[in-house]
Write a protein that binds this ligand. Structure first.
Ligand code: SF4
Length: 197
């Protein structure tokens, strides 16, 4: 079975794709098949109905925020994301996406309006403090331009009204975290430093 929806505690997560434009050194996909007991590799990407059918019946018992975050970059499956988000908003859920910020490169056009309309919170993984370090550890198929593009994407989503957050993992070290903080501050976007699991 393809698991398009999984839960951790009382939080619902949506798994839309296995595709990703990055191959990060630290990606949890390396050597892992899923989250806890839930396999997240999927044979084919879902349409919106297939996702909605897998949502828990007792939606109200879960957290008010549903998160697009699975074993790939969610924006690859943009149409489904948009439709599922619209459904979730209709049933009084808010939405968050955890993204690598490369959606405009992936689609070859500006899709930040779709993301900002669909996702109340846009969590862009900054990962590193400059383009060279980002490429060294994240290996984007778009090369070093991926970093500047993700910064641009975050700003566009913010301009369009989304609550945008950058995130880094603390394993990059204090000096690089400080550099990321300066960068985030210069763009007026909060930075969340996650503790490496
Ligand atoms: S962007 Fe996320 S899903 Fe893609 S390789 Fe990096 S950690 Fe994995």
């Amino acid at each position: 079975m393809n698991n398009y929806v999984y839960t951790i505690g009382n939080k619902i997560y949506i798994n839309l794709t296995n595709r990703c434009s990055n191959r990060c050194d630290f990606c949890i996909r390396q050597g892992r098949k899923g989250m806890g007991q839930t396999p997240l590799w999927i044979d084919c990407e879902p349409d919106a109905d297939e996702v909605i059918m897998q949502l828990p019946q007792n939606l109200d018992d879960y957290d008010g925020e549903v998160v697009f975050c699975g074993f790939g970059e969610p924006t690859y499956n943009l149409d489904t994301l948009e439709e599922v988000a619209s459904y979730l908003h209709c049933v009084d859920k808010t939405t968050r996406i955890n993204t690598n910020g490369q959606a405009n490169l992936i689609h070859g056009r500006d899709v930040s309006d779709v993301i900002a309309d669909s996702c109340n919170v846009v969590n862009v993984s900054l990962n590193e403090c400059n383009a060279d370090k980002y490429q060294e550890h994240c290996n984007s198929v778009f090369g070093t331009k991926a970093f500047d593009e993700l910064l641009q994407f975050a700003q566009l989503c913010k301009q369009r009204g989304a609550n945008v957050i950058f995130s880094v993992v603390d394993s990059i070290g204090a000096a690089d975290i400080a550099e990321c903080q300066r960068l985030a501050d210069s763009l007026g976007i909060p930075l969340r430093v996650r503790v490496k699991e």
